[in-house]
Ligand binder design. Structure first.
Ligand SMILES: *Cc1c(COP(=O)(O)O)cnc(C)c1O
Length: 404
């Protein structure tokens, strides 16, 4: 490259320069291969498109993977959270503590059952729910805590378990990011009373839309199975197996069932989970090595007593090392073809929550500060090492321009 060309290549794409990437790279993407496609085609040729043996097979496989006694398939991660909150019998006036930095679905599940979400702050470096903040927010009305394994790193379940057990509070793990990870060598899926998973295309494995709850409790499992099927105590296949046709609806439920088509895709994807985890770990290591000495940005802290599913690769931008704000930085990076993202706007600052739950800025200062300075970089199994390199180059180009 001539020095002239080198110079022009360094003009930010947002200012008219040549973008680092010719084709944009998203932060997440599914990995569907021929074996997945064959599995789905087989399901389509079978007798059961829904409520069939594929559902149970997928449930048992997830239960085995997580070493949980029960797994209940539902049609989204949101439905999984709703079913878990319902199974606890949350009702008006009950408080459920959730982290401020999560997807709105975590907290919405509490609102569906007319409970009150109470927002706890996160640790500034890991962005995981801070057990000390949870302890601060507990009242006589607290019935449950929903911990979110942000980015794929499990929360401090030792501290959370102790805190909840001492007060008779239920613990739900929103494990939508962390399938395949572990805490003190115990797998995600067994670290709380119930653990919820999402199989949306950007998540650790996909069924298109889909979700699952794992639990050791037969009673909670039964309640959730009934809830996902209109509140009816048996499903079609159970009745067919028993030669019975009548049924009773004993409470109000929903149609939250996951189809056999989706479950068969899930089974096929689950076989590939080790491969997915390995590739995500490799990408994270490449980023780690590249960011070991950067000044303007640093990765989230990762802790030694737990393994990580690397659903997201999040960096903190250093506000003191940059002349621009995060949104300007993000806009410039996106113009380079690197479609980084922000996970998440703090839930308590959404207009819905401010209007209905009287939440305000200042309630969870660490989550609020982080939300203004974090970026989620592309990480998924379809990325090549060359793609990873382009992200490293793009970040360094943008930081070079806006660095102090
Ligand atoms: C994706 C996600 C959900 C919701 O899952 P869906 O399958 O999209 O309904 C809930 N919580 C967290 C933390 C998530 O990332």
């Amino acid at each position: 490259m001539s020095s002239q060309a080198q110079k022009s290549a360094e003009i930010l794409a947002i200012l008219g320069g040549v973008p680092v990437r010719a084709t944009p790279l998203g932060y997440g993407h599914q990995s569907v291969d021929e074996s997945d496609i064959r599995a789905v085609a087989e399901a389509l040729r079978s007798d059961w498109l829904t409520c069939g043996p594929g559902v149970q097979a997928f449930e048992e496989s997830i239960a085995n993977t997580c070493k949980a006694k029960h797994a209940i398939a539902v049609n989204s991660g949101t439905a999984a959270l709703h079913a878990a909150v319902h199974a606890l019998g949350i009702s008006p006036g009950d408080e459920v503590i959730v982290p401020a930095l999560t997807f709105a679905a975590t907290s919405n599940a509490v609102v569906y059952e007319e409970g009150t979400p109470v927002f706890a702050d996160v640790d500034a470096e890991t962005l995981l729910i801070d057990p000390a903040s949870v302890a601060d927010k507990v009242t006589d009305k607290t019935k449950a805590v929903i911990a979110v394994d942000y980015a794929g790193q499990p929360c401090d379940y030792k501290a959370l378990r102790a805190l909840c057990d001492a007060r008779g509070i239920a613990l739900i793990a929103d494990a939508c990011h962390s399938l395949g990870a572990s805490f003190e060598a115990k797998p995600v899926g067994t670290l709380a009373d119930m653990s919820t998973f999402s199989f949306h295309p950007v998540k650790p494995l996909t069924t298109g839309e889909g979700g699952m709850i794992t639990t050791h409790s037969a009673d909670l499992a039964r309640r959730m199975r009934q809830f996902r099927n209109h509140g009816i105590s048996t499903d079609v296949r159970e009745r067919e197996l028993k030669g019975a046709w009548g049924y009773e609806m004993t409470e109000l439920g929903y149609n939250y069932r996951l189809s056999d088509i989706a479950c068969t895709l899930g089974m096929s994807q689950l076989k590939r989970l080790p491969e997915f985890l390995e590739r995500r770990t490799q990408i994270a290591s490449l980023y780690d090595a590249a960011f070991a000495t950067t000044e303007a940005y640093r990765p989230l802290e990762r802790l030694a007593d737990r393994t990580h599913a690397h659903h997201l690769y999040v960096v903190h931008l250093d506000d003191k090392k940059l002349t621009c704000d995060r949104n300007t930085f993000l806009g410039a990076l996106r113009a380079e073809g690197i479609l980084a993202n922000v996970h998440y706007p703090p839930v308590h600052l959404h207009p819905y929550y401010q209007d209905n739950f009287d939440t305000r800025p200042g309630l969870c200062p660490r989550a609020e500060f982080a939300a203004n300075w974090i970026l989620s970089l592309p990480i998924h199994c379809e990325m090549t090492n060359e793609d990873v390199r382009s992200v490293v180059v793009g970040l360094s180009k943008v930081a070079g321009y806006y660095g102090r």
